[in-house]
Design a protein around this ligand. Structure first.
Ligand code: M6R
Length: 601
């Protein structure tokens, strides 16, 4: 979604601003703009490369802000691109989030004679800051006064032509980080633009604003009461956000899966004593022992990981678990008794608006919250009562691959930990977890076979994914992956549902990707596949052990405990989606219409 960068210091701001926008491209956007003190503004619809190519070499200044916009209010045009200004042209503002009461603000300013130039909600805020600035020309005071009248979510960076060495940033519901340099400051809406420059950061929390100049910084509440904040260190490094010779981040990230599993379990398994250590949960052990009910939530792939979390906890621990899409959960009437209840929120970015709101709603009802989050310092990581980090490193491709796998590993660890809190260990699963990196390596070693299968099926219009029990959510995840990167229409069903309707779709042109490892429901799945085969349907089987008869294609993964098999069976599906998208020459890392992190509802 939208991205913000800013710089104030001794050097020329423009190179950081342009490179920062490039680093944020993966989030998804459709226009871009830059404002540099003393030079003015440049905006373009389309790619950052278009903006970059029209930026003159003398577009130089020691402070500036820039933005990538993912259109919500108004088309992705140059006019609607940020930065936006006020009636006098003094104020320049970039904004992530949504101003909910912008219509009322716009109407009241228009009634005073202010002429708007765009269709955006953001311009209403820029014009309002401008109005306050005309009354009291101190930028931070004007911003604070304007924000006190705003309803909605924002991360903003604001400059004034009259205070050229100053950037004011503020946050409510949309992330902002301040990178600390040597008498210079960087601003970004996520860590990636900062990595080449500094790993020392301040995470702005909701309701906070900061004033940055080349002479220093101050942080206050929105009512301008001073706030002391510590400097934190970013965990990621610059290497982790490079493609390292691969054509796409998606393939690079799939190939990182063995290492990602190792990172998720590192230091957390004590095989000798059959013990799981999860530092974040140690203080909550007493509460976890008394847990009677668990709700797991997330969106997209994180929701499918949550469904597997549900099966893992029910099978391993025997506690009732309910999983719900965050965008639904947040609007359901809460009937949960907070005593003995836990909400687990699963999110790679830690910024997904619906998941964050579901956490807040649970907290309002007194429910204990636990985050399974990849991005350290993100909103969900900070707002949940406790949590377990994935340690998967930055995921740049819009399609979640390695982060999804790491979510499954962390949810398995949480299930084992809960079991341990109840006094018993699951030694077999514990041991198998340590073997997963090698199993994943062997699947990736056979990827040429998947590439060949993908070449054969690249022209398909539709695909069906089926699975049962632990493979049922993986069928959904496989279909999502194929849809989002290759634009092939894909459906997913529990294999047992075929006779209840979807069998009518089957013909020789509508292949089925069948998840059928030799688990406790293998024979059942096999009968469902026979129903498809006898109606002329083609089968691509993802299986373990000896090759089943009569399949059109067979992809084998190593055998392991059935509760851990999703971690392996998802890998060929990711590769299949990737190779099909590649043979269709699609923009794999940034599929049309999608954003990496969905920070608005
Ligand atoms: O950052 P999150 O894990 O909260 O993101 C949730 C979904 O938006 C995300 O998984 C999305 O479905 C991916 N594009 C799937 O590949």
């Amino acid at each position: 979604m939208c991205g913000i960068v800013g710089y104030v210091g001794k050097r020329n701001a423009t190179p950081f601003l342009i490179e920062g926008l490039e680093a944020l491209e993966y989030r998804g956007y459709d226009s871009a703009g830059i404002y540099v003190a003393g030079k003015g503004v440049l905006k373009r619809a389309g790619k950052v490369s278009v903006l970059k190519s029209c930026t003159p070499s003398d577009f130089i200044g020691a402070a500036g802000i820039a933005h990538t916009r993912w259109a919500t209010h108004g088309a992705p045009t140059e006019n609607n691109a940020h930065p936006h200004t006020d009636a006098t042209g003094n104020i320049w503002l970039v904004h992530n989030g949504i101003i909910e009461n912008y219509r009322a603000i716009r109407a009241s300013l228009e009634a005073e004679g202010v002429v708007f130039r765009s269709e955006t909600d953001t311009e209403a805020l820029a014009q309002l800051v401008g109005k306050k600035y005309r009354e009291l020309p101190i930028l931070e005071a004007a911003v604070a006064a304007a924000l006190s009248e705003i309803r909605g979510a924002y991360g903003i960076a604001v400059m004034s032509t009259r205070e050229a060495d100053k950037i004011v940033v503020a946050r409510l519901g949309s992330p902002l980080l301040i990178g600390m340099g040597d008498r210079e400051y960087y601003v970004a809406s996520d860590a990636t633009p900062l990595l080449p420059h500094t790993r020392r950061v301040i995470y702005l929390d909701d309701g906070e604003m900061a004033v940055l100049t080349s002479h220093g910084h101050s942080i206050t509440s929105l009512t301008q009461a001073p706030i002391e904040k510590g400097i934190e260190t970013l965990e990621w490094n610059i290497e982790s956000v490079k493609k390292k010779g691969h054509d796409h981040f998606m393939l690079k990230e799939i190939l990182e899966i063995p290492e990602v599993i190792e990172n998720a379990i590192r230091g957390r398994l004590d095989l000798e004593n059959s013990h799981v250590h999860l530092g974040g949960l140690a203080d909550a052990e007493e509460r976890l022992r008394k847990t009677k009910r668990i709700i797991i939530t997330g969106c997209g792939s994180a929701y499918y990981a949550s469904l597997i979390g549900e099966l893992l906890i029910e099978e391993i621990v025997g506690i009732p678990v309910e999983t719900e899409i965050a965008s639904e959960l947040r609007y359901r009437r809460c009937t949960v008794d907070p005593e003995g209840a836990i909400l687990i929120a699963v999110s790679q970015s830690g910024e997904t608006a619906d998941t964050l709101e579901a956490v807040r709603e649970a907290k309002r009802h007194g429910i204990f919250t636990l985050g399974v989050v990849n991005v350290v310092g993100s909103s969900i990581a900070r707002e949940t009562d406790t949590g377990v980090y994935n340690h998967a490193g930055p995921e740049i491709g819009v399609a979640s691959t390695k982060a999804f796998v790491s979510q499954l590993v962390v949810l398995a660890l949480i299930a084992l930990y809960l079991k341990q809190c109840h006094g018993t260990a699951e030694t077999n699963i514990l041991q198998e977890l340590t073997r997963l990196p090698d199993y994943a390596r062997s699947i990736l070693g056979e990827r040429e076979q998947i590439e060949e299968i993908a070449a054969k099926y690249a022209g398909m219009q539709n695909a069906l994914f089926i699975g049962r029990k632990f493979q049922y959510p993986i069928a959904y995840e496989g279909a999502l992956k194929l849809k989002e990167v290759s634009y092939v229409h894909a459906e997913a069903y529990g294999a047992g549902e075929m006779k209840h309707g979807p069998l009518a779709l089957i013909d020789p042109e509508f292949p089925t990707i069948a998840l059928m490892p030799r688990d406790s429901v293998y024979e059942k799945t096999l009968s469902n596949i026979e129903e498809i085969r006898s109606r002329g349907g083609k089968i691509i089987a993802i299986t373990t052990g000896s090759t089943p008869q009569g399949m059109n294609e067979v992809i084998s993964v190593p055998e392991t405990h059935e509760a851990l098999l999703p971690i392996l069976t998802t890998i060929p599906l990711q590769l299949l989606a990737y190779y099909i998208a590649r043979s269709r020459a699609l923009p794999i890392d940034m599929p049309r219409n999608l954003a990496k992190s969905v920070t608005v509802e």
